[in-house]
Design a protein around this ligand. Sequence first.
Ligand code: SAM
Length: 332
Amino acid sequence: MRSAASRLHKGFSYERRFAACEAHAVKDAAAWAGQWADWAPGGAKRAEPFAHVVLDLGCGKGEYTVACARARPDVLFVGFDVDAICTLRSAEQAAAAGVDNAVFLLAEDPFAAAEDGQRALAGASGAGGVPALAPIDAHASRASRAASGTPHRSGAPAELDLARAFAPGELACILMNYPTPFPKKKKAHLRLTYLDRLMGYRRLLREGAGIRLRTDSQPLRDFSLTQFELAGYRVVRRTDDVRAVCPDEPWSAYERKLVEQGARALGVFAVPGPAPAHVQQTAPLSLVSYLPDNLDALDYVPHGMQGCVENLRNRHAHERARGVPEFRPPAI
Ligand SMILES: C[S@@+](CC[C@H](N)C(=O)[O-])C[C@H]1O[C@@H](n2cnc3c(N)ncnc32)[C@H](O)[C@@H]1O
Protein backbone atom coordinates (compact mmCIF):
# COMPACT_ATOMS: atom_id res chain seq x y z
CA MET A 1 0.00 0.00 0.00
CA ARG A 2 1.31 3.45 -0.84
CA SER A 3 1.80 5.58 2.21
CA ALA A 4 0.29 9.03 2.57
CA ALA A 5 3.81 10.42 2.39
CA SER A 6 4.63 8.72 -0.90
CA ARG A 7 1.73 10.50 -2.62
CA LEU A 8 3.11 13.93 -1.82
CA HIS A 9 4.97 16.23 -4.17
CA LYS A 10 8.69 16.63 -3.71
CA GLY A 11 8.75 20.00 -1.98
CA PHE A 12 6.06 19.01 0.51
CA SER A 13 6.95 19.89 4.06
CA TYR A 14 4.55 18.60 6.66
CA GLU A 15 6.09 20.81 9.32
CA ARG A 16 5.78 23.95 7.19
CA ARG A 17 2.18 23.20 6.30
CA PHE A 18 1.44 22.34 9.89
CA ALA A 19 2.98 25.60 11.13
CA ALA A 20 0.50 27.57 9.01
CA CYS A 21 -2.55 25.96 10.60
CA GLU A 22 -1.33 24.83 13.99
CA ALA A 23 -3.85 27.01 15.81
CA HIS A 24 -6.51 24.57 14.57
CA ALA A 25 -4.56 21.36 15.05
CA VAL A 26 -3.73 19.32 18.10
CA LYS A 27 -0.94 16.77 18.11
CA ASP A 28 -1.40 15.61 21.67
CA ALA A 29 -5.09 14.81 21.81
CA ALA A 30 -4.75 13.00 25.13
CA ALA A 31 -3.67 16.22 26.85
CA TRP A 32 -7.12 17.67 26.11
CA ALA A 33 -9.16 14.64 27.17
CA GLY A 34 -11.93 15.81 29.49
CA GLN A 35 -11.26 19.47 28.63
CA TRP A 36 -12.28 19.79 25.01
CA ALA A 37 -15.18 22.10 25.89
CA ASP A 38 -12.56 24.67 26.96
CA TRP A 39 -10.44 24.46 23.82
CA ALA A 40 -9.67 27.65 21.91
CA PRO A 41 -7.50 28.12 18.78
CA GLY A 42 -3.81 27.83 19.50
CA GLY A 43 -4.49 25.73 22.58
CA ALA A 44 -5.66 28.65 24.71
CA LYS A 45 -8.58 28.10 27.09
CA ARG A 46 -11.98 29.61 26.45
CA ALA A 47 -13.59 31.81 29.04
CA GLU A 48 -17.02 30.25 28.35
CA PRO A 49 -16.98 26.48 27.65
CA PHE A 50 -18.69 25.07 24.57
CA ALA A 51 -22.13 23.59 25.19
CA HIS A 52 -21.26 20.40 23.29
CA VAL A 53 -18.29 18.55 21.87
CA VAL A 54 -18.85 16.60 18.65
CA LEU A 55 -16.42 14.24 16.95
CA ASP A 56 -16.39 14.07 13.15
CA LEU A 57 -14.75 10.71 12.57
CA GLY A 58 -13.37 10.29 9.05
CA CYS A 59 -13.61 14.03 8.41
CA GLY A 60 -11.91 13.90 4.99
CA LYS A 61 -10.66 17.33 3.99
CA GLY A 62 -12.72 18.98 6.68
CA GLU A 63 -15.05 21.10 4.61
CA TYR A 64 -18.10 19.45 6.17
CA THR A 65 -16.69 19.82 9.69
CA VAL A 66 -15.90 23.49 9.11
CA ALA A 67 -19.33 24.14 7.59
CA CYS A 68 -20.91 22.53 10.68
CA ALA A 69 -18.72 24.72 12.89
CA ARG A 70 -19.96 27.82 11.09
CA ALA A 71 -23.55 26.71 11.55
CA ARG A 72 -23.20 25.91 15.27
CA PRO A 73 -20.88 28.33 17.11
CA ASP A 74 -21.91 26.83 20.47
CA VAL A 75 -20.44 23.43 19.53
CA LEU A 76 -16.81 22.40 19.30
CA PHE A 77 -16.24 20.12 16.31
CA VAL A 78 -13.26 17.84 16.67
CA GLY A 79 -12.25 16.21 13.39
CA PHE A 80 -10.02 13.28 12.65
CA ASP A 81 -9.13 11.37 9.52
CA VAL A 82 -6.90 8.34 9.35
CA ASP A 83 -5.23 9.94 6.31
CA ALA A 84 -2.82 12.45 7.85
CA ILE A 85 -2.88 14.69 4.79
CA CYS A 86 -6.67 14.94 4.99
CA THR A 87 -6.46 16.00 8.61
CA LEU A 88 -3.80 18.56 7.77
CA ARG A 89 -6.01 19.97 4.99
CA SER A 90 -8.90 20.09 7.42
CA ALA A 91 -6.89 22.20 9.85
CA GLU A 92 -5.95 24.47 6.94
CA GLN A 93 -9.64 24.84 6.05
CA ALA A 94 -10.49 25.80 9.61
CA ALA A 95 -7.62 28.31 9.75
CA ALA A 96 -8.66 29.83 6.41
CA ALA A 97 -12.30 30.06 7.54
CA GLY A 98 -11.23 31.68 10.81
CA VAL A 99 -13.64 29.58 12.88
CA ASP A 100 -12.84 29.22 16.58
CA ASN A 101 -14.82 25.99 17.09
CA ALA A 102 -13.18 23.44 14.82
CA VAL A 103 -10.03 21.54 15.71
CA PHE A 104 -8.34 18.58 14.05
CA LEU A 105 -6.28 15.84 15.62
CA LEU A 106 -2.92 15.12 14.08
CA ALA A 107 -0.30 12.52 14.79
CA GLU A 108 2.98 13.66 16.30
CA ASP A 109 4.72 11.95 13.39
CA PRO A 110 1.95 11.32 10.86
CA PHE A 111 3.92 9.04 8.57
CA ALA A 112 5.57 6.95 11.23
CA ALA A 113 3.04 4.12 11.15
CA ALA A 114 2.91 3.85 7.38
CA GLU A 115 6.63 4.16 6.76
CA ASP A 116 8.23 2.54 9.72
CA GLY A 117 6.32 -0.28 11.28
CA GLN A 118 8.99 -0.99 13.84
CA ARG A 119 9.11 2.58 15.06
CA ALA A 120 5.34 2.69 15.37
CA LEU A 121 5.39 -0.66 17.14
CA ALA A 122 7.72 0.84 19.70
CA GLY A 123 5.03 3.51 20.33
CA ALA A 124 4.39 6.66 18.29
CA SER A 125 3.78 8.76 21.37
CA GLY A 126 2.18 12.11 21.88
CA ALA A 127 3.78 14.56 24.32
CA GLY A 128 4.20 13.21 27.82
CA GLY A 129 4.75 9.68 26.52
CA VAL A 130 1.03 9.10 26.00
CA PRO A 131 0.24 7.51 22.64
CA ALA A 132 -2.48 9.91 21.56
CA LEU A 133 -2.74 8.34 18.15
CA ALA A 134 -2.20 4.64 18.13
CA PRO A 135 -1.25 2.69 15.04
CA ILE A 136 -3.61 0.07 13.68
CA ASP A 137 -3.06 -2.97 11.60
CA ALA A 138 -5.33 -4.97 9.42
CA HIS A 139 -6.55 -7.68 11.71
CA ALA A 140 -10.21 -8.00 12.61
CA SER A 141 -9.84 -8.61 16.32
CA ARG A 142 -7.73 -5.50 16.65
CA ALA A 143 -10.50 -3.05 15.80
CA SER A 144 -11.48 -3.04 19.44
CA ARG A 145 -8.00 -1.91 20.43
CA ALA A 146 -8.44 1.35 18.54
CA ALA A 147 -11.37 2.09 20.79
CA SER A 148 -9.82 0.72 23.95
CA GLY A 149 -6.47 2.44 23.50
CA THR A 150 -4.20 -0.59 23.29
CA PRO A 151 -1.37 0.05 20.83
CA HIS A 152 -0.38 -2.82 18.53
CA ARG A 153 1.39 -3.80 15.34
CA SER A 154 1.49 -1.34 12.51
CA GLY A 155 2.06 -1.11 8.80
CA ALA A 156 -1.17 0.84 8.30
CA PRO A 157 -2.10 4.49 8.85
CA ALA A 158 -2.30 5.85 12.39
CA GLU A 159 -5.80 5.58 13.80
CA LEU A 160 -7.18 7.84 16.46
CA ASP A 161 -6.93 6.34 19.91
CA LEU A 162 -10.36 7.46 21.04
CA ALA A 163 -10.09 6.13 24.57
CA ARG A 164 -7.17 8.47 25.23
CA ALA A 165 -8.35 11.43 23.20
CA PHE A 166 -11.66 11.82 25.05
CA ALA A 167 -12.85 11.36 28.60
CA PRO A 168 -15.83 9.10 29.32
CA GLY A 169 -19.07 10.89 28.51
CA GLU A 170 -17.33 13.82 26.82
CA LEU A 171 -18.97 13.56 23.40
CA ALA A 172 -22.43 14.84 22.50
CA CYS A 173 -22.36 13.08 19.15
CA ILE A 174 -20.11 11.13 16.81
CA LEU A 175 -20.61 12.05 13.17
CA MET A 176 -19.81 9.48 10.52
CA ASN A 177 -20.36 11.29 7.27
CA TYR A 178 -19.96 8.92 4.35
CA PRO A 179 -17.48 6.63 6.08
CA THR A 180 -15.38 4.39 3.84
CA PRO A 181 -17.54 1.28 3.19
CA PHE A 182 -14.75 -1.34 2.94
CA PRO A 183 -17.11 -3.81 1.16
CA LYS A 184 -14.91 -6.89 1.51
CA LYS A 185 -15.36 -9.27 4.41
CA LYS A 186 -11.67 -9.22 5.31
CA LYS A 187 -11.81 -5.45 5.80
CA ALA A 188 -15.11 -5.35 7.68
CA HIS A 189 -13.33 -4.50 10.93
CA LEU A 190 -12.16 -1.23 9.39
CA ARG A 191 -15.72 0.04 8.99
CA LEU A 192 -16.39 2.72 11.56
CA THR A 193 -19.61 0.95 12.53
CA TYR A 194 -17.99 -2.43 13.17
CA LEU A 195 -19.24 -4.04 16.39
CA ASP A 196 -16.00 -3.76 18.39
CA ARG A 197 -15.72 -0.09 17.54
CA LEU A 198 -19.34 0.60 18.49
CA MET A 199 -18.62 -1.01 21.85
CA GLY A 200 -15.64 1.33 22.29
CA TYR A 201 -17.63 4.47 21.44
CA ARG A 202 -20.25 3.72 24.11
CA ARG A 203 -18.23 5.05 27.03
CA LEU A 204 -17.28 8.25 25.23
CA LEU A 205 -20.86 9.31 24.61
CA ARG A 206 -22.64 11.28 27.28
CA GLU A 207 -26.16 10.39 28.44
CA GLY A 208 -28.59 10.59 25.50
CA ALA A 209 -25.79 11.16 23.00
CA GLY A 210 -25.38 9.01 19.93
CA ILE A 211 -23.88 8.22 16.58
CA ARG A 212 -25.11 9.79 13.38
CA LEU A 213 -24.33 7.83 10.25
CA ARG A 214 -24.83 9.13 6.73
CA THR A 215 -24.04 7.03 3.72
CA ASP A 216 -24.95 6.47 0.11
CA SER A 217 -24.51 2.74 0.65
CA GLN A 218 -27.61 0.71 1.50
CA PRO A 219 -25.43 -2.37 2.19
CA LEU A 220 -23.25 -0.39 4.63
CA ARG A 221 -26.35 1.09 6.27
CA ASP A 222 -27.92 -2.36 6.66
CA PHE A 223 -24.70 -3.87 7.94
CA SER A 224 -24.44 -0.99 10.42
CA LEU A 225 -27.99 -1.66 11.66
CA THR A 226 -26.93 -5.20 12.56
CA GLN A 227 -23.90 -3.83 14.40
CA PHE A 228 -25.89 -1.22 16.31
CA GLU A 229 -28.21 -3.97 17.49
CA LEU A 230 -25.38 -6.31 18.50
CA ALA A 231 -23.66 -3.47 20.41
CA GLY A 232 -26.85 -2.62 22.30
CA TYR A 233 -27.66 0.66 20.54
CA ARG A 234 -31.22 1.82 19.93
CA VAL A 235 -31.99 3.33 16.53
CA VAL A 236 -33.82 6.54 17.32
CA ARG A 237 -34.14 7.96 13.81
CA ARG A 238 -33.67 6.56 10.39
CA THR A 239 -34.41 7.85 6.93
CA ASP A 240 -33.83 6.80 3.34
CA ASP A 241 -33.58 10.42 2.26
CA VAL A 242 -31.71 12.68 4.64
CA ARG A 243 -31.98 15.64 2.30
CA ALA A 244 -35.77 15.45 2.23
CA VAL A 245 -35.68 15.88 6.01
CA CYS A 246 -32.87 18.42 6.35
CA PRO A 247 -32.05 20.01 3.00
CA ASP A 248 -30.22 22.97 4.50
CA GLU A 249 -27.66 21.19 6.65
CA PRO A 250 -24.07 21.45 5.39
CA TRP A 251 -23.07 19.25 2.46
CA SER A 252 -19.62 17.93 1.78
CA ALA A 253 -18.23 17.98 -1.76
CA TYR A 254 -18.19 14.20 -1.51
CA GLU A 255 -21.95 14.05 -0.87
CA ARG A 256 -22.61 16.46 -3.76
CA LYS A 257 -20.58 14.27 -6.09
CA LEU A 258 -22.47 11.13 -5.08
CA VAL A 259 -25.87 12.81 -5.32
CA GLU A 260 -24.98 13.98 -8.84
CA GLN A 261 -24.34 10.31 -9.61
CA GLY A 262 -27.82 9.40 -8.39
CA ALA A 263 -27.16 8.60 -4.72
CA ARG A 264 -29.55 9.35 -1.92
CA ALA A 265 -28.27 10.07 1.56
CA LEU A 266 -29.35 7.33 3.96
CA GLY A 267 -29.27 8.33 7.61
CA VAL A 268 -29.33 6.58 10.98
CA PHE A 269 -29.09 8.03 14.46
CA ALA A 270 -28.51 5.49 17.22
CA VAL A 271 -27.90 5.84 20.97
CA PRO A 272 -26.41 3.30 23.36
CA GLY A 273 -28.96 1.32 25.35
CA PRO A 274 -28.07 -1.23 28.04
CA ALA A 275 -24.74 -2.90 27.23
CA PRO A 276 -25.13 -6.40 25.79
CA ALA A 277 -24.29 -9.27 28.16
CA HIS A 278 -22.35 -11.05 25.42
CA VAL A 279 -20.66 -9.29 22.55
CA GLN A 280 -20.52 -11.57 19.58
CA GLN A 281 -20.23 -10.86 15.90
CA THR A 282 -23.00 -12.83 14.20
CA ALA A 283 -23.73 -10.64 11.17
CA PRO A 284 -22.64 -11.39 7.60
CA LEU A 285 -19.49 -9.38 7.04
CA SER A 286 -19.27 -8.99 3.28
CA LEU A 287 -21.39 -6.07 2.06
CA VAL A 288 -22.40 -8.26 -0.89
CA SER A 289 -24.68 -10.09 1.55
CA TYR A 290 -26.69 -6.87 1.98
CA LEU A 291 -27.32 -6.19 -1.71
CA PRO A 292 -30.93 -6.59 -2.87
CA ASP A 293 -31.87 -9.80 -4.69
CA ASN A 294 -32.77 -8.12 -7.93
CA LEU A 295 -29.61 -6.32 -8.94
CA ASP A 296 -31.09 -5.29 -12.26
CA ALA A 297 -33.59 -3.09 -10.44
CA LEU A 298 -30.81 -1.28 -8.62
CA ASP A 299 -30.82 2.26 -9.99
CA TYR A 300 -27.83 3.40 -7.93
CA VAL A 301 -24.84 1.22 -7.17
CA PRO A 302 -23.20 2.21 -3.88
CA HIS A 303 -19.77 3.72 -4.07
CA GLY A 304 -17.05 1.05 -3.87
CA MET A 305 -19.33 -1.77 -5.06
CA GLN A 306 -19.55 -0.98 -8.77
CA GLY A 307 -17.13 -3.73 -9.82
CA CYS A 308 -18.74 -6.39 -7.72
CA VAL A 309 -22.30 -5.50 -8.78
CA GLU A 310 -21.27 -5.52 -12.41
CA ASN A 311 -19.70 -8.96 -12.01
CA LEU A 312 -22.81 -10.32 -10.30
CA ARG A 313 -25.09 -8.85 -12.96
CA ASN A 314 -22.96 -10.38 -15.71
CA ARG A 315 -22.95 -13.72 -13.97
CA HIS A 316 -26.75 -13.68 -13.54
CA ALA A 317 -27.23 -12.68 -17.20
CA HIS A 318 -24.91 -15.47 -18.27
CA GLU A 319 -26.78 -18.02 -16.16
CA ARG A 320 -30.13 -16.84 -17.48
CA ALA A 321 -28.84 -17.17 -21.04
CA ARG A 322 -27.77 -20.75 -20.27
CA GLY A 323 -31.14 -21.50 -18.72
CA VAL A 324 -29.61 -22.10 -15.29
CA PRO A 325 -32.15 -21.28 -12.55
CA GLU A 326 -30.99 -18.26 -10.56
CA PHE A 327 -29.42 -19.09 -7.25
CA ARG A 328 -28.39 -16.61 -4.62
CA PRO A 329 -26.32 -18.06 -1.78
CA PRO A 330 -27.76 -17.56 1.69
CA ALA A 331 -26.39 -14.50 3.48
CA ILE A 332 -24.05 -16.13 5.92
C1 SAM B 1 -15.50 8.97 1.75
S1 SAM B 1 -14.52 9.94 2.80
C2 SAM B 1 -15.68 11.03 3.52
C3 SAM B 1 -15.05 12.27 4.07
C4 SAM B 1 -15.97 13.26 4.75
N1 SAM B 1 -16.57 12.73 5.96
C5 SAM B 1 -17.03 13.77 3.82
O1 SAM B 1 -18.22 13.56 4.08
O2 SAM B 1 -16.66 14.40 2.83
C6 SAM B 1 -14.16 8.77 4.10
C7 SAM B 1 -12.97 9.18 4.94
O3 SAM B 1 -12.88 8.33 6.07
C8 SAM B 1 -11.50 8.17 6.37
N2 SAM B 1 -11.34 7.00 7.26
C9 SAM B 1 -11.42 5.70 6.94
N3 SAM B 1 -11.23 4.94 8.05
C10 SAM B 1 -11.04 5.78 9.08
C11 SAM B 1 -10.79 5.61 10.47
N4 SAM B 1 -10.72 4.41 11.03
N5 SAM B 1 -10.63 6.71 11.24
C12 SAM B 1 -10.71 7.92 10.70
N6 SAM B 1 -10.92 8.16 9.38
C13 SAM B 1 -11.11 7.10 8.59
C14 SAM B 1 -10.83 8.08 5.03
O4 SAM B 1 -9.45 8.39 5.08
C15 SAM B 1 -11.64 9.11 4.22
O5 SAM B 1 -11.04 10.39 4.22
